[in-house]
Design a binder for this molecule. Sequence first.
Ligand SMILES: [Zn+2]
Length: 131
Amino acid sequence: VRFSATAAGPAFDACHCATCRRWSAGPFLSVHCDGTVHVGDRSQVGVFRSSEWAERHFCRTCGTSLFYKLIDRDYWSVSLEALDDPSVFAFESEIFIDEKPDRYAFANDTRKVTGAEAFAEFTSDPEAGNG
Ligand SMILES: [Zn+2]
């Protein structure tokens, strides 16, 4: 799958929610994007609905996690490691920190946001939502 997107900023975040961890085999590291992600061949992308408000897109050939997408708006979050050059983004925040298991922790100095705080921000700022 080849795609292009415009990052909303020079940062990525990690989501520790149970859905993201199951989907990503670990915390989901992603970059929020402005507007639509343009995919070269949509037939190569599988989609499943992970919650009432979101869906997740993956490569049908290799299973790679690609995008988190809100259903009711043009909001996309792209897997950091699906990008050609993830090194240009800085690790800024961790969301759903209250769902993070004790068995791992990032040493990075990040802004930490609980699920409730994320949902509160989400009502005014769709960048904070997940699930
Ligand atoms: Zn999540």
